[in-house]
Design a protein around this ligand. Sequence first.
Ligand code: NAD
Length: 423
Amino acid sequence: MSQSAFDNAMSQLDKAAKVMNLDKNIHEILKSPDRVLIVSVPVKMDNGEVKVFTGYRSQYNNAMGPYKGGIRYHPNVSLDEVKALSFWMMIKCATVNIPMGGGKGGIIVYPKDLSHGELERMSRGYIQKIYREIGSDKDVPAPDMYTTPQIMGWMRDEFEKLIGRKDPGVITGKAIADGGSEGRETATAQGGVYVVRELAKKMGLKPNLTTVAVQGMGNVGGFMAKILAADGYRIVAISDSKGGVYNEAGLDMAKVEEIKKAGGMLGCYCLGNVCKLEEMPKDGPCRHVSNEQLLELPVDILVPSALENQITETNANNIKAKYIIEMANGPTTPEADEILKSRGVIVVPDVLANAGGVTVSCFEWEQNVKGEKWTEAQVFAKLEPMMVQSFNEVWETKEKYNVPMRTAAFVKAIKRVAAKMKI
Ligand code: NAD
């Protein structure tokens, strides 16, 4: 990408501001986070030496409610990235109209290099440095890349020790036994499926005549493919980090599931984490595809569910899908957005398509704050109307201003944030 993530975020803000004729003072305020914490986290390593890790927490805007956003452990974490991600969280929460603002945090670390004990000490050390600025009524972190329910549990425990009282709503994405919400595991995918159903109504898509390729078979892509297949969609291609499989006639997702569970290999399907090309029937209908090829397959719907920056100016002209459902965060670059727009491809943006995850995180926070415990059925009964309404609001905004859905979501979200800003 030519620009930084934050520059990209700001160019999206400017685009929406122009379309909606945003008040220039509000526009100016929205160009910077409310507050950014940069902390040094000293950790006593197992060999007795102290190593100092750099951590961040960006609190972008809390007009809608407490700052909300994950904590990422990754060597590429940077101030620029954390600021951009916190801005996008503000937009995402406001797109689905939950009472949360935008935040994001991270530590520059490759967590797989740390022992269990080192990881715990680093996670607790990070909270010791930021605890005065977080809390269920202030800023509510959550997991992100390489952070887990176990890490959220340590963080909550450290926070509560420091403040001397219980505050389970300080962090979401906790294990269910530790105050997590039922339904969180599948919430992002389920929210994406609600969005696909609405798109299908608008475009007159019939599931059995609609082909789908899903990049990424993790928490989001795996459940998305499974639920769409249950809806009758023809899942023709799936992939993981090692590559993918394509069968024009459609993949049997029940079989994929069975194989994933068993960690075995059957016919042309993926095995655990690896697609073994050499074991595929040579003359069968199924073939191996790389992740790059998967993106360019002749399908109706493409569902990037893995990494950012997958659809770029280099491959946007080769995308054949008519619809892209962005389940990953940031899979499409701004340059690719322009190309897809000119080619009439409808991109359902991440801030809408994958917002089921943060919405159920917000439900977790609400349950913790109110001392309630909802069933999975209750969680999805609340999630569905919110996703349906948000999709339709963004769709109407897209029609009204004749803009792509991403800009429409930004316009809708910024209107909500601006209405709550006291200036
Ligand atoms: P995950 O770690 O469970 O799964 C990631 C998947 O992507 C794995 O199947 C992995 O093999 C695959 N992958 C890795 N590198 C790849 C590559 N180069 N090409 C193709 N596939 C590759 O992660 P997840 O929770 O499913 O998250 C996926 C995306 O969805 C991320 O962008 C994440 O930010 C976004 N997201 C997740 C949630 C959530 O609730 N988990 C919510 C909102 C957005």
